[in-house]
Design a protein around this ligand. Structure first.
Ligand code: BG6
Length: 332
């Protein structure tokens, strides 16, 4: 629904609308295994789906109805398993950087619709959006003894851009600060991983998860992929581009409050070892995850952190050697 006052009302688009006359809409319905989901639609035809389980975006389609996120055909929509694909939220721990289970617990908890969120500084005019909230249960407090309110706004802009804004507040009453690591674990859908390049991370330092998190420096060229990759790039720019030559599509990822970027593809061996991932599906996905990993975020009681991710998919007419990376990264 567009506009602050209309945010959680259930509506759907009229039956046969002319593309320009459809208002942005938000519809609540049942998804796989009866799990509740929210469908966002914007006026030119793009859409997104969000499961309350995990506060998890599972689909993002452009105005031609083409899916832009990868979701495994073997994804398991059954708690406590996290959904394989889309945009899992890693909080309060990224990967195994701590004592919690891999990637923390936000991705396998039931979030609630936030009926009355505090005002957002970002403009949501003409956007379809939903606000969700996660608060820890008593069980969660046993494994992570901190009180917090995690609010997320997931919004779809008129041009089909997908925006995720997370606000995490320390609501501890014991006066104690807490620290967390975080990632928007975005699975992009790509035509063929060997035809993809990532621009914006060249020459940066990274921690290699495949080599005991040792620190290395990336070479000067855009990243390309020919084997398993699991790297945490540090102090990354706010804009990163993923260029899919075969699809002639470029994803542009803009982020704020998230200094790191994780790049992950399991490749063939690890793909086979994952029960919820097809053997060959690694060819059609790439995770580029806006993250805060190297330096944990620390919040004192009453303090709030904000982390924002904005995704757009633009046509790119790339012919080998013609693309100017600076134009992709600097263009709006
Ligand atoms: C990535 C990590 O972010 O997520 C990888 O860097 C990990 O190490 C991958 O394998 C998938 O994690 P999971 O828990 O969803 O299988």
């Amino acid at each position: 629904m567009s506009g602050e006052k209309e945010k959680s009302t259930v509506t759907s688009a009229p039956p046969s609308p002319s593309p320009s006359s459809v208002a942005p809409s938000v519809e609540f319905s049942k998804g796989i295994n009866g799990l509740q989901k929210v469908i966002l639609r914007e006026s030119r035809g793009s859409s997104a789906e969000v499961y309350l389980y995990g506060g998890h975006v599972t689909s993002w389609k452009n105005d031609h109805g083409e899916e832009l996120l990868f979701l495994s055909s073997k994804a398991i929509f059954k708690p406590p398993k996290a959904i394989r694909g889309g945009i899992p939220i890693c909080f309060p721990q990224f990967a195994s950087h701590g004592t919690l289970d891999q990637h923390g617990f936000a991705r396998n908890r039931f979030w609630a619709v936030d009926e009355d969120p505090p005002p957002f500084p970002t403009n949501t005019l003409n956007k379809a959006f939903v606000d969700l909230i996660l608060k820890p249960s008593e069980e969660d407090m046993k494994i992570w003894p901190h009180s917090f309110e995690y609010r997320i706004r997931i919004a779809l802009g008129p041009g089909g851009d997908l925006m995720l804004t997370s606000r995490i507040r320390n609501t501890n009453s014991d006066g104690k600060p807490f620290s967390f690591t975080f990632a928007y674990h975005t699975y992009f859908s790509v035509s063929d991983i060997s035809e993809v390049r990532v621009e914006g991370l060249e020459t940066l330092d990274y921690l290699d998860n495949l080599q005991n998190k040792e620190r290395f420096t990336e070479q000067g060229d855009a990243l390309t992929f020919e084997s398993e990759v699991d790297k945490i790039y540090l102090s990354t720019p706010t804009k990163i581009a993923i260029i899919d030559h075969e699809k002639k599509r470029t994803f542009v990822l803009r982020k704020d409050g998230l200094p790191d970027a994780v790049v992950w593809n399991p490749w063939d061996k690890k793909a086979k070892a994952m029960a919820d991932f097809g053997d060959d599906e690694y060819k059609h996905m790439l995770c580029v995850e806006a993250a805060a990993v190297e330096k944990a975020v620390t919040l004192k009681p009453g303090e709030e952190w904000k982390g924002r991710l904005e995704l757009s998919a633009v046509p790119s007419s790339y012919c080998s050697g013609q693309l100017d990376p600076q134009r992709v990264l600097q263009g709006s």
